[in-house]
Design a protein around this ligand. Sequence first.
Ligand SMILES: [Zn+2]
Length: 300
Amino acid sequence: MPELPEVETVRRGLDRFVVGRRIDAVEVGRERSVRRTSRQAVIDGLNGATILRAERRGKYLLNPLDTGDTLMIHLRMTGQLLLAEPGAERPPHTHVAMHLAADPARGLEPAELWFVDARTFGEVVVFDPEFVETELPEVAKLGLDPLVDAPTVTDLATVIGRRHMRMKPLLVDQHVIAGIGNIYADEILHRARVHPDTVASTLRRKDFVLLHDAMLSILTAAVRAGGSSLKDNTYVDLMGEGGSYQEDHRVYARAGERCMTCGRGVIRRLPFGGRSTHFCPVCQREKRGGASPTRPRAAR
Ligand SMILES: [Zn+2]
């Protein structure tokens, strides 16, 4: 599933090629992609509207329109946004097509913006941001975005430090930190030398310094690489190009390989929901009894 770096890469494409353009017409095929409202609501909401900005919060693309509404796109598992020439042959599973007007000032010809989604978990919604809490409650509840909010070490410690949650499920909880999923959670924990089962409230200041540095440096490098494109993954940018950050993964999908960081550990995989957590048992030692300080055993 596209995570923060992949969605940010798509956002940058929108910023460059789509912002400032008017949507002259909209076609909606599969109604499941617009299930939050309706086909007609999306068509009416976008027809004639100009996209003012391309913003992102977590994995949500949020595009304010000149009508006062916002166009939200979530790619979920297999969603793609592709820019194409008008009339170009559309790939299977193109569920929404927006016809974009030319922007001569920027030398942009008319184009089509396609929302393509094989598994149709993704969504296209036009909503009034004033009513975000009722219309898109999960957006209103999103946690700290590591790039948009640029948290300090103290911000991170405040958000994470009091939670009695294990670090892996905590990092992928969108209400705590927005944008991180399975891949980047594993990579960040490995870089910060934190075992995925560590309870957040047992972390110390030095752990937060490492976590903060790992989170920002990995996400920034991944954005620079255009995100990660995996074999089982359909993520591409607006031009249909994959990212290259998968080449820099140290633990994700590397179970059984020797750790490139310490040279001693062999990457292990633990079940996590329907997926897996990957970590190095040498770099990321499990804290024993870390949840409560050691105290003398009570007399029997
Ligand atoms: Zn290691």
